[in-house]
Design a protein around this ligand. Structure first.
Ligand SMILES: Nc1ncnc2c1ncn2[C@@H]1O[C@H](COP(=O)(O)OP(=O)(O)O)[C@@H](O)[C@H]1O
Ligand SMILES: [Mg+2]
Length: 261
């Protein structure tokens, strides 16, 4: 086991990974503190999924060390798997089942007591009560992603990996997914998410690490990252709303049931 500072749940040092000739990770270092939201930010192809796969024991590293919840990903993979859940880039829900049936199924697979009670609690937390008995094939992208996140919470793993949790979602669904992620961290779960969206990292993360050309270029709080740039000149221009502001103002956010208002 690697030595880590108290409170460090994810510890990564010198991680390297190549696919044949392609040197994707070239010495990645970072730490994630318990109960925080950590964003790994990078463009398409930067190596975010590769890093998440290594941390969740789906892929071996070529060099370096990584530990999750105090367990080494290479030598204590079973303990790591019991400590985590992974929500991939594409929702892993069963379309034919209802939302509630999906949740009950996972709770049963994890041999938990009272699968129905667990499902009902999560449906409530993720605003899916009204849609609980409907087939997932009728859900919006945002509802599906919320269900996916809810499924990853069954068994209360201390560490959750979310690989691009809002890719392909419309603006309203993104806001819903963000709220779900905040909910998790509010209860003490450590969240490592990957994203290619600057606004997502800005909205959610306690710390942001930018993965670029195989290494972490910068790693800090939003304030620390902002401080890297010279202070902006004060200009007397009215702040113009972004397209997203306008869209959300016109279309509105969703109601508690997750249905479009
Ligand atoms: N199994 C694989 N075999 C070969 N190349 C791969 C494989 N998986 C990913 N890659 C390549 O590695 C790079 C990083 O991929 P990935 O980790 O998926 O990036 P990201 O998640 O940041 O978009 C990309 O160029 C991708 O094409
Ligand atoms: Mg990816």
């Amino acid at each position: 086991m690697t030595t880590t500072r108290a409170g460090t749940v994810i510890h990564v040092r010198g991680l390297e990974k190549s696919y044949k000739g392609l040197h994707v990770l070239r010495g990645v270092d970072f730490d994630v503190v318990r109960g925080s939201i950590f964003a790994l930010l990078g463009t398409n192809g930067a190596g975010k999924t590769t890093a998440v796969k290594i941390l969740s024991t789906l892929l071996g590293a070529d060099a370096g060390t990584a530990s999750v919840n105090g367990f080494d990903v290479a030598t204590q993979a079973g303990d790591v798997r019991e400590s985590i859940s992974l929500t991939g880039q594409f929702a892993a829900v069963d379309e034919i089942l209802s939302g509630r049936e999906n949740l009950v199924l996972v709770a049963k697979l994890r041999h938990l007591r009272d699968p129905g009670g667990i499902a009902d609690e999560l449906l409530d937390r993720f605003s899916l009560v009204d849609a609980a008995t409907r087939r997932v094939s009728t859900y919006s992208g945002g509802m599906r992603r919320r269900l996916d996140i809810a499924m990853s919470l069954i068994g209360e793993p201390p560490v959750i990996f979310l690989d691009e949790p809002t890719s392909g979602l419309d603006p309203q669904s993104r806001v819903e997914a963000w709220n779900s992620v905040r909910e998790l961290a509010g209860r003490g779960t450590t969240v490592l998410l990957t994203t290619q969206y600057l606004d997502e990292a800005e909205q959610l993360a306690d710390r942001i690490a930018i993965l670029h050309e195989g290494r972490i270029m910068v790693n800090g709080t939003l304030a620390e990252l902002r401080a890297l740039l010279p202070p902006a000149k004060v200009e007397y221009v009215e702040r113009r709303p972004t397209l997203e502001d306008v869209f959300l103002a016109l279309v509105g956010t969703t109601s508690k049931s997750g249905e479009r208002a």
